[in-house]
Design a protein around this ligand. Structure first.
Ligand code: BGC
Length: 965
């Protein structure tokens, strides 16, 4: 299969409507890319049906043959990681672009950025805000804006052109834009408002009517709430964001959203209306007693209207607004679900004209202490829809829909019946053997939606301020069998763009990778959560710490993680402890802070963001917090063994000792707490040292790297014997020590052997938990035991990923044996079917089967490593990853003893390529000996069984003899 066929074939499972459309769009764009000048005409022709795809492909081929492919093209313009951010409060936003070229070795030698205050100026090449002129530089990402000072409400239009290796310029890119938000506290004229009764339960409706006596030129709404809000103007919903403002450390920071609402306003009478529910701000959050942050919902809106006659009109929340709690959303909680009484709908509530009865003036509040900040991450949105695959009736009148996929979001219901009929939807991940819902594992999260019909024919419902983890939905109360299409499931999560696509010849691995992706979709709700269904759904830091690189391969998470790392900093305890979860809705100083591996996410995750996106600004913002965390541990543990101040020892959570199975060893999986904690201490100290190095903070670099060295020495002295045995003799201990490079070089092979023996002792299985499973896999491969790693990946016996698959998993389970056919469920007190931590093995697949690896030598994929491994029985793999520098791909297959590797290295980047072979001299690229091919340099291989090349940008086709396994 060639590169161009893949995108249409790899999304084959599930009803991933949006994903498939995206893939087709990607395919279309890829086809169009070579001849941008024709694109407008062809887009139009395609959409009007004048030109079929086949004809188009022919045209494309002809154009390419005719040599129309531009040598250099600039595309993918992003500002602060987003396509067209609105309402930013960043003084010097960072710009990135990507370069496309058909030429090998293409790279940027200079760039020019123009930023203009109007589209016309930009079109006329007048960069009145910023014109860099040609800048001799190869920097094409994270270019900090350096033009005229950006002020509130400014609109900025920009484009870029680059010069290539031979000095020729590209054309200007297509234009992109960003807008500024309200930068100074004084810009906010709006006041926070609440319902006079300040009732916590029913959602509050707010409303205000006003007149506009001229045509609207432009209107912008700056809006947020405490609780969750939906804004409507003149009867229409504003934007597509859901569950806004997303969970932040609300006592410190509340994100506001900026919406262009020009098209929703009219000359004459207008109505602004909002409904505000509890969300994360109020109500129950895990075990936290009382309201997490506040007791009643609040709302804030500033609408700025520019009229055609040049006047400006400001409509803000404050006196003059009305509210009621008599709206249809009677109750809504993140865990609880929503109760919606359609009989209380009033069609006039969000339209101008007569005031509906029963509304009262709002209460105007003092501003909360939290800072208002822009929403820097992709909003939560519907990203796809699933249709049910079956409908059963396990008990009379009880109907269970199966969506065929464990997922997160909610259902749109179509129902009809007499007024007052309550149709109830219950959501569950699994069913009991009798087909009824299994809900015990939801613990205190009922996730039940109740819709009370108005009695007006077919009615349509969707909840607003909740979300559910489910594959099965039970419908009761309608009084008759529903149709299969009564429900459609909406997939909802932070809409970070998907970045990675992977497929290989082993269907089980493909299913595993799909399950990992679905689990990721399920756990991105403004912050990275542990699970999406039970009464928890917290930003547990240990889980994302383990999963972060897999997550980054799957999606572009730069903006999402930058937002969340601010939550982490906001909730750092005063003594330097990072929280165990962020946001931390309790008091981080009092507890649930400072746990080894969990709090260490405060160091490890920003480093990952740096490795993948070269985000040095994030490191600079985060450095002090990271340093304070290390200082805290050190202060309490001058001997450098982390014995004191560990907070909660979650240890290597869910390691083998948690498994209760006949013949399974009851002990031997759990690594001693001090070994576990000290490993993370050494690793985090090392990373803080490296952060300091990147930031040019030389003294601190020396200090923290020196500290890390001393911790390693203390670790070896206290825990490691001269023959490489680590205290506890656990798989986990070896995985940590190897992965964090804690051991002297001579002990590495010995420790690796102990790891392998440890696996043998468990009859070829892992006894590791969520912090060491993926690390054991990496180190097996790194230390020359890839066959063992492969065997673990493909095991079907318990505990293994294959065992989950064989027992029906469509997402990653919290426990290896969450459910076993014939045996039933694990302990319902902790048995999520949508937990990503064991899915961190995705990183191993990306790094070793796809073979794509970021490299600290060129963060942000300026330089990267392609290193696929030959695994027994695996015939082919193909993967692509949209790096910040552009799309990378790696596609290989083994044919009659020949390893054929096709790769794509984006312009302006370089890569190290390791081609698996026993005969380096026989490796070819195209028709030439690889070492002599253009764009390639042979290196002395440090990897046995692989030929090492350094390659410039471009596409390459390597062939090499491999011994068949
Ligand atoms: C979560 C875990 C989390 C842990 C802390 C659990 O309830 O679901 O994934 O890391 O608590 O040990």
């Amino acid at each position: 299969m060639s590169f161009t066929d893949w995108s249409v074939t790899w999304t084959t499972s599930n009803a991933e409507v949006n994903s498939r459309e995206k893939a087709q769009e990607a395919q279309r764009i890829r086809l169009f890319a070579p001849f941008a000048p024709l694109r407008g005409y062809l887009d139009c022709a395609l959409s009007s049906g004048l030109l079929c795809k086949a004809t188009f492909s022919l045209l494309a081929a002809t154009a390419l043959l005719a040599g129309n492919a531009p040598a250099l093209e600039v595309t993918g313009l992003r500002c602060e990681y987003l396509d067209a951010p609105r309402g930013m409060d960043v003084a010097q936003p960072r710009l990135s672009w990507q370069i496309r070229s058909g030429r090998r070795g293409e790279r940027q030698t200079a760039y020019q950025v123009l930023v203009a205050s109007t589209e016309t100026r930009l079109r006329n090449n007048q960069g009145d805000l910023w014109d860099t002129g040609p800048v001799a530089s190869d920097q094409s990402i994270q270019v900090a804006y350096g033009g005229r000072a950006l002020v509130s409400r400014m609109r900025c239009h920009w484009k870029v052109r680059v010069w290539g290796r031979n000095g020729a310029a590209s054309s200007w890119s297509a234009p992109a834009s960003w807008t500024m938000g309200l930068l100074a506290p004084d810009d906010w004229q709006a006041k926070w408002i609440a319902d006079a009764a300040q009732a916590p339960k029913p959602a509050v409706l707010f409303r205000k009517t006003f007149e506009l006596d001229s045509r609207v030129e432009r209107a912008t709404a700056y809006v947020t709430g405490l609780g969750l809000y939906e804004l409507r103007i003149n009867g229409r919903r504003v934007g597509e964001n859901l569950l806004a403002p997303e969970w932040t450390s609300y006592s410190n920071r509340v994100q506001y959203q900026t919406c262009d609402v020009t098209g929703l306003l009219q000359r004459g009478a207008n109505a602004l209306a909002a409904v505000v529910g509890q969300g994360w701000f109020m109500g129950r959050l895990m075990g936290i007693a009382g309201d997490a942050y506040g007791a009643f919902p609040r709302f804030l809106l500033q609408l700025e209207v520019e009229l055609a006659d040049g006047r400006r009109q400001l409509i803000v929340t404050g006196p003059g607004w009305q509210s009621t709690t008599e709206g249809p959303i009677r109750a809504a909680g993140i865990y609880d679900g929503e109760t919606y009484d359609a009989r209380l709908e009033n069609a006039r509530w969000d339209t101008p004209g007569l005031e509906p009865p029963g509304w009262k003036p709002v209460r105007v509040l003092e501003p909360p202490p939290a800072r208002l900040v822009w929403q820097r991450n992709e909003p939560i949105r519907v990203t796809g829809e699933l249709k049910p695959v079956s409908l059963a009736e396990p008990k009379p009148g009880v109907y269970v829909f199966d969506f065929g996929q464990n997922m997160v979001g909610w259902c749109r219901l179509k129902a009809s019946g007499a007024a007052g009929t309550t149709v109830t939807l219950r959501h569950a991940e699994m069913t009991n053997e009798d087909g009824t819902l299994y809900t015990a594992n939801l613990r205190g999260a009922p996730q039940v939606d109740r819709f009370i019909l108005r009695g007006a024919g077919e009615e349509t419902f969707e909840p607003h301020f909740t979300y559910h983890g489910f594959r099965y939905v039970e419908l009761t109360g309608q009084g008759r069998r529903p149709r299969l299409d009564s429900l459609v499931a909406k997939v909802i999560h932070s809409a970070a763009p998907e970045a990675g696509r992977f497929e290989c010849s082993d269907p089980a691995i493909n299913q595993l990778m799909r399950n990992i992706l679905w689990t990721q979709r399920a756990n991105l709700m403004g912050c990275p959560t542990d699970c999406p269904q039970r009464d928890e759904r917290f930003g547990w830091m240990g889980d994302i710490q383990a999963f972060s690189q897999t997550a980054i391969f799957n999606m572009n998470l730069a903006a999402f993680l930058a937002k969340w790392l601010q939550d982490v900093r906001d909730d750092q305890a005063a003594d330097g402890r990072f929280p165990d979860y962020a946001p931390h809705p309790g008091d981080p100083n009092a507890g649930a802070s400072g746990a080894p591996a969990w709090a260490d996410a405060g160091v490890i995750v920003p480093w990952r963001v740096y490795q993948n996106y070269a985000d040095t600004r994030l490191l600079a913002d985060h450095f002090d917090a990271a340093r304070r965390w290390i200082d805290y541990i050190r202060r309490l543990n001058p001997e450098l063994i982390w014995a004191k101040g560990r907070g909660n020892d979650y240890n290597d959570w869910l390691n083998g000792d948690w498994i209760k199975q006949k013949d399974w060893p009851p002990k031997g999986g759990s690594v001693p707490n001090e070994v576990f904690a000290t490993s993370f201490f050494a690793h985090s100290a090392e990373l803080v040292g490296r952060m300091a190095e990147v930031l040019g903070r030389k003294d601190e670099a020396l200090r923290y790297r020196g500290l890390a060295e001393k911790i390693r020495t203390a670790f070896n002295e206290k825990f490691v014997t001269p023959d490489g045995r680590i205290q506890g003799d656990t798989q986990a201990g070896y995985a940590l020590a190897l992965d964090f490079d804690l051991l002297p070089p001579e002990l590495r092979p010995k420790a690796a052997l102990r790891l392998v023996e440890g696996i043998r002792n468990y009859h070829g299985h892992l006894s590791t938990g969520i912090q060491t499973t993926h690390r054991a896999m990496f180190e097996l491969t790194r230390c020359g035991y890839n066959d063992t790693a492969w065997q673990l990946l493909t095991n079907r016996t318990f505990p293994s990923w294959g065992y989950m698959l064989d027992n029906g998993a469509t997402t990653i389970w919290e426990r290896w044996d969450g459910y076993v056919k014939g045996r039933g469920f694990q302990d319902p007190g902790m048995n999520s079917f949508n937990h990503w931590a064991f899915g961190a093995v995705g990183e191993w697949v990306w790094r070793n089967i796809a073979g794509i690896n970021p490299d600290d030598a060129g963060p942000g994929y300026k330089h990267f490593v392609i290193h696929p491994r030959v695994c027994p029985g695996l015939a082919w793999a193909r993967a692509s990853y949209d790096s910040i520098h552009g799309p990378i791909s790696s596609e290989w297959r083994i044919e009659r003893g020949t390893f054929k590797l096709n790769i794509r290295v984006p312009p302006n980047t370089t890569a190290s390529v390791f081609v698996p072979t026993a005969e380096p001299d026989a490796v070819t690229e195209g028709r030439t000996q690889a070492a002599n091919a253009p764009g390639i340099e042979l290196r002395r291989s440090t990897e046995p069984g692989a030929a090492h090349y350094e390659v410039q940008s471009g596409r390459y086709s390597f062939s090499a003899p491999v011994p068949s396994l």
